[in-house]
Write a protein that binds this ligand. Structure first.
Ligand SMILES: Nc1ncnc2c1ncn2[C@@H]1O[C@H](COP(=O)(O)OP(=O)(O)OP(=O)(O)O)[C@@H](O)[C@H]1O
Ligand SMILES: [Mg+2]
Length: 316
């Protein structure tokens, strides 16, 4: 295969990857976040002090939480510039591991553009965090992979972290809204601390169902084909293909997109004019290194495949 094809394929796939699919679960998320921002901005304008509120988004791995949050925050930042408070900001970071109070504080400081020696004590670090949140006019802090705040290694730190998040939201000088996104274990954090939960709105991205969402996924694939400049063979327009794809993607919306893009990549490398079932089968094989007998795009009884499992071989 020539380098030229590899190069062009990589570029075209990168463009497709940049596209955000506006799914129906995104709209309520955006509407609720817009409301939180509007309340916070109106308090700022009138000089009123009320506690900031936050949002928690949970969903299985690969459902599309990080992608949705990144898109949401991009759009919110663009809108902030047009308000009466154009210098206000939103910051986003991934919860560090281990998620101790001190390490989280340091990571947050770094996200605020401030480095600090790790010898400092947690209370000092968090004082600085609060100072810089106010200075930088940070309205919201988004913590992705928030389930790590409740991971086994840092359980004993959970109460300290939860109470620090509450402190940020209720700071009388500069309340900051907290947005958490992560796998369903993140719900444990809120259940662990009712005072934190009371200040958060919750949203869940549920999994797809092969029966209920088969047609939607076929539309999604069709749409990606159009963007990719490929036609779709008749075998990938049948409802059964939608069901196979959802199952192969462990019922997760984001993974459906990942598998579809991987299939399009195979079609480009094949110099094919249309996207077909064999490209999905190749893509799945590359992702999982499984044998054909474990490939849901090849075998008829595909429901017996465990789609999160990789390296499936006959001996298993
Ligand atoms: N709406 C979307 N439009 C385009 N691509 C998407 C969309 N949602 C998810 N994806 C893609 O699907 C993949 C998985 O999504 P993402 O990383 O957001 O999942 P996640 O829920 O954060 O998973 P994890 O819990 O493992 O972090 C990514 O490659 C992402 O780019
Ligand atoms: Mg993620």
């Amino acid at each position: 295969m020539s380098n030229d094809i590899i190069h062009r394929t990589a570029e075209k796939i990168a463009v497709l990857r940049d596209h955000f699919v506006q799914h129906e679960r995104f709209d309520p998320l955006e509407a609720r976040f817009a409301m939180l921002i509007a309340k916070r901005l109106s308090d700022l304008t009138t000089g009123r002090f009320t506690e900031a509120h936050g949002l928690a988004l949970s969903g299985a791995s690969g459902t599309g939480k990080s992608a949705a949050m990144a898109h949401l925050l991009d759009r919110a930042r663009q809108r902030l510039v047009t308000t009466q408070h154009p210098d206000s900001t939103i910051i986003s970071l991934r919860v560090p591991s281990p998620a101790t109070l001190k390490f989280l504080g340091q990571t947050l400081l770094r996200a605020l553009g401030y480095q600090i020696s790790s010898e400092r004590q947690a209370w000092y670090i968090w004082d600085l965090v609060r100072h810089h949140l106010r200075e930088r006019k940070v309205l919201f802090v988004h913590l992705d992979e928030a389930q790590d705040l409740a991971s086994r290694g840092t359980r004993h730190e959970l109460s300290a972290v939860a109470s620090m998040l509450k402190t940020l939201m209720t700071d009388p000088d500069w309340p900051v809204g907290i947005i958490l996104s992560g796998t369903p274990e993140l719900e444990e954090i809120l259940n662990h601390d009712p005072q934190l939960a009371r200040r958060m709105e919750t949203l869940h991205f549920s999994s797809l169902s092969p029966v209920a969402n088969g047609e939607d996924v076929l539309d999604l694939v069709e749409n990606y084909c159009q963007r990719a400049g490929l036609s779709a063979t008749s075998d990938i327009q049948k409802l059964m293909h939608g069901e196979r794809l959802i199952h192969a993607a462990a019922n997760q919306f984001g993974l459906v997109i990942e598998v579809t893009l991987a299939a399009i990549e195979q079609a480009y490398l094949d110099k094919a004019k249309s996207l077909g079932k064999q490209h999905f089968a190749q893509a799945y094989q590359l992702r999982t290194a499984c044998e054909d007998a474990f490939n849901p795009f090849i075998i008829p009884d595909f429901y017996r495949i465990e789609p999160r499992q990789v390296f499936s071989r006959g001996t298993r």
